[in-house]
Design a protein around this ligand. Structure first.
Ligand SMILES: [Zn+2]
Length: 133
């Protein structure tokens, strides 16, 4: 079956879903119902609801780049702001910002990984191949 026939079958069986909200919620990119993750960040082998094989998933380092930029900006910016305005002791800065960075980083990684996977599915993104013919 060609990709076009597969796509037509998919759109007939599963109405299009909003990929960004499905990704943030960690839902299947095709049906929007089944869970995408097994635990915190591990992608399940397939959707329990519609049976979509998640083998196509290849978000790689993509989500981590955004997490580093966003969380780095927020945490370092807020730590500097707190230092300038309140001069708290170092241990208090560490007590506040280390858990924020770790918990926020994992939560944001999960959301962005879900979004990149659902967008990869919605846009039919695949590994590049050379056309030698
Ligand atoms: Zn599904």
């Amino acid at each position: 079956m060609s990709d076009n026939q597969e796509t037509n079958k998919d759109t007939a069986l599963y109405p299009p879903i909003e990929p960004i909200s499905a990704g943030i919620k960690g839902r299947c990119p095709r049906c929007g119902q089944g869970k995408l993750f097994n635990g915190l960040l591990t992608v399940k082998p397939s959707c329990a609801n519609c049976g979509l094989d998640y083998g196509f998933e290849d978000s790689g380092d993509g989500p981590v780049v955004f997490v580093l930029l966003i969380m780095g900006f927020l945490v370092i910016g807020l730590a500097f702001w707190m230092e300038v305005n309140f001069q708290p002791p170092f241990w208090l800065q560490a007590l506040i910002w280390l858990p924020v960075a770790v918990i926020g980083g994992v939560a944001l990684t999960r959301m962005l990984k879900g979004v990149l996977i659902t967008l990869q599915f919605a846009n039919k993104a695949k590994q590049g191949k050379l056309d030698r013919d």
